[in-house]
Structure formats: structure tokens, C-alpha cells
Design a protein around this ligand. Structure first.
Ligand code: SF4
Length: 336
């Protein structure tokens, strides 16, 4: 039988989720590695935002299950530990939908229409031929508030661009507590984690849609191939040409994945003492070694049929237990 986790635990609660986009790339590693660190000091709830995915991709659900599986395999392969954290799929915990509905009743329309990301994303996605003028898209910050408030999260890791959404969650919590005369919903705080921005192999923002990414689960051969096509200082033709590592994508990666040799590489590059081919070989070896343990753990999980499903079912059960307690209080407060 499940026991409430809050009892006897002084650890603060953290909640974070990701839309299921399939295999993640190494640009996601800094967020995931923050999660891995957080689970040592906090009570963490990490969820697959399966309903959030539908707010913009409601017509493209054919790959959603595979995408969930691939993404969660990446989470566990980098060290998210289901013994330490509650890991679950949002749509397996129906309380998220119930709280979303109830909070929708008290959220003024103007709060949602004023959300800075709402208009930006509308323009951006309609530019791509996508009509997202739906109830679900307008209301997704309320769903996000429900996700957070359902578990009484103290902290939510956010980027600068998500602070407005978090503020909305805080406003909704205040409005609920004031309206029903309770102190039930906790106002979450933002946790601004340091996120390393890694360019794609062509120097642009790393994105699967640009095909310039390196998957966390990439094989050794894929790593070699991706590093081989990585853009370098365009002014360098010959090994003896003086290089400019500050404009080289390979150098950005060396700093992160080969920090010990990085200063020497920079010096040698500037003095024309190292060629780009040799430099890339050094990087490919380091990056491959960095990803090898993730690949290994992923393989172990993939080889055991049903294991991933068991982990996620167990996580959903733990999440439901916590969510059910909160919903009892919420229904009570609203006299339902
Ligand atoms: S030597 Fe290395 S750092 Fe210098 S331009 Fe070539 S790839 Fe970039």
C-alpha cells in the first residue's frame, strides 16, 4: 500500500515534465543532468507531458507512444532513478484532467490571452500552416498549473521564457485559496537552472527538425559521422592556417566534452599546429566515451521486456496516490 511521501520527509518537492518528442539529443543533456542532481536533494516528480503534446500536435498522434518510450528510455539511461523519483505519464493520472477542469472555471480568460507565449506561438505555428486556435492551446497554461499544484510542488525548474507561465500558476493558486477560504494550493517557486546551450553540428540551434542533432543514444559510428560533418572555422583551409576557435562549433564541444585538453587545443588551433581532422578525432573519442554508459544502460532496459512499462506503471500509481489526496482537499474546498 502506498504511503504519503510528504510524511516524515523534509525534502522540498520538485516537479518537471517534457513533451514526448522521441529520442532526445545531447542539447537536452544539461536539463536531464540537472534532474539527476536534483533527485539527490529533492522529492522529484518527473512526468511525460502527453496531454501537453496534444495542444499543438493533436493531429499527429501516430508516433506518440513510440515517442514516449524513446524519451523515457533516455531519461533512465542518463541516470533518472525510479527508486528516487516518481516518473510517470501525465495521461495515466486522470487527476491532472480533473484539476485542469476545475481550475479552468476560476481562471479569467484575460489571464490566458495576455500570456506572452500564447500570441508568439500562434503566429509562429500559423506561419508553419498550423491552426492552433483551439480551446486546448489557449488553456494549456491552466493544465500546466494543474500539473504543478496537484503535487504541492515547491520548485519548478524553468527557463526564463517559462517564468510567465509559472507566475500564472501562482496567481491561480492564490485565487483558488482566496475564493474558497483555504490554504491548500502552494505557490511554486521557479528554479532557474543553468542550461548549457549547445549548437547543432551545422552551428545553428540544435534541433531534430534541422537534422543537425546528435542523439543521446547515438551509436559510436553515428557520433563519428556527426563530428566529421561538424562546421569549423571557415577561414581554415590548411593545418598551418591560424585558427579562430571562438567561431568553431568543434571548439564549443571540446570545451564541454574535453575540458582538460581544451586550452591546449585552443592554443594549437590559433598557432596553426593542429588540423581540424585531428581535432575532430579527439572530440569524437571524448564524446563517444561520454555517451557510452548512457547507451549501455538504455540497452539493458530495452532488453528486458515489460520493464519500462512496469517502472512507468509503478510511477503512475505513486503519482495517483499523491494526486488523489490533493483532489480530496480540492473537492472538499469547492463543496463538490
Ligand atoms: S582545429 Fe579544432 S578548434 Fe580549430 S578550427 Fe579546427 S576544429 Fe575548430
Amino acid at each position: 500500500m502506498q504511503q504519503p511521501m510528504q510524511q516524515g520527509s523534509l525534502k522540498k518537492r520538485v516537479l518537471s515534465g517534457m513533451r514526448p518528442t522521441g529520442k532526445l539529443h545531447i542539447g537536452h543533456l544539461s536539463v536531464l543532468e540537472n534532474w539527476v542532481k536534483m533527485q539527490e536533494s529533492y522529492q522529484c516528480f518527473f512526468f511525460v507531458a502527453s496531454w501537453h503534446a496534444l495542444t499543438t500536435a493533436f493531429e499527429e498522434t501516430e508516433f506518440i507512444r513510440d515517442n514516449i518510450r524513446d524519451m523515457v528510455l533516455d531519461w533512465f539511461s542518463v541516470g533518472i532513478d525510479p527508486e528516487k523519483s516518481t516518473v510517470f505519464i501525465q495521461s495515466e493520472v486522470k487527476e491532472h484532467a480533473e484539476l485542469y477542469l476545475l481550475l479552468s472555471m476560476i481562471t479569467p480568460l484575460g489571464w490566458l490571452e495576455r500570456c506572452p507565449t500564447y500570441k508568439d506561438q500562434m503566429v509562429q505555428l500559423s506561419g508553419q500552416g498550423k491552426d492552433i486556435s483551439t480551446h486546448g492551446f489557449l488553456g494549456y497554461p491552466v493544465l500546466m498549473a494543474a500539473d504543478i499544484l496537484l503535487y504541492g510542488a515547491d520548485l519548478v525548474p524553468v527557463g526564463e521564457d517559462q517564468l510567465a507561465h509559472l507566475e500564472l500558476s501562482r496567481e491561480i493558486a492564490r485565487r483558488f485559496n482566496h475564493m474558497y477560504g483555504v490554504k491548500l494550493l502552494k505557490e511554486p517557486q521557479g528554479y532557474l537552472a543553468e542550461v548549457a546551450l549547445l549548437p547543432g553540428v551545422d552551428g545553428r540551434k540544435m534541433s531534430k527538425s534541422y537534422n543537425n542533432d546528435i542523439a543521446i543514444s547515438a551509436s559510436s559510428a553515428e557520433v563519428q559521422q556527426k563530428v566529421k560533418i561538424m562546421v569549423t572555422d571557415p577561414a581554415r583551409i590548411h593545418k598551418t592556417d591560424l585558427g579562430h576557435p571562438e567561431v568553431c562549433t568543434v571548439a564549443t564541444y571540446q570545451k564541454l566534452y574535453n575540458p582538460v585538453e581544451y586550452p591546449q587545443i585552443v592554443q594549437d588551433c590559433r598557432q596553426g599546429k593542429i588540423g581540424c581532422v585531428a581535432c575532430k578525432k579527439l572530440l569524437a573519442a571524448k564524446l563517444d566515451a561520454y555517451l557510452a554508459p548512457f547507451r549501455e544502460r538504455r540497452k539493458l532496459l530495452e532488453e528486458k521486456p515489460g520493464l519500462l512499462e512496469d517502472i512507468l506503471n509503478n510511477g503512475a500509481e505513486k503519482a495517483r496516490f499523491e494526486a488523489a489526496q490533493m483532489m480530496t482537499g480540492i473537492r472538499e474546498a469547492m463543496r463538490l
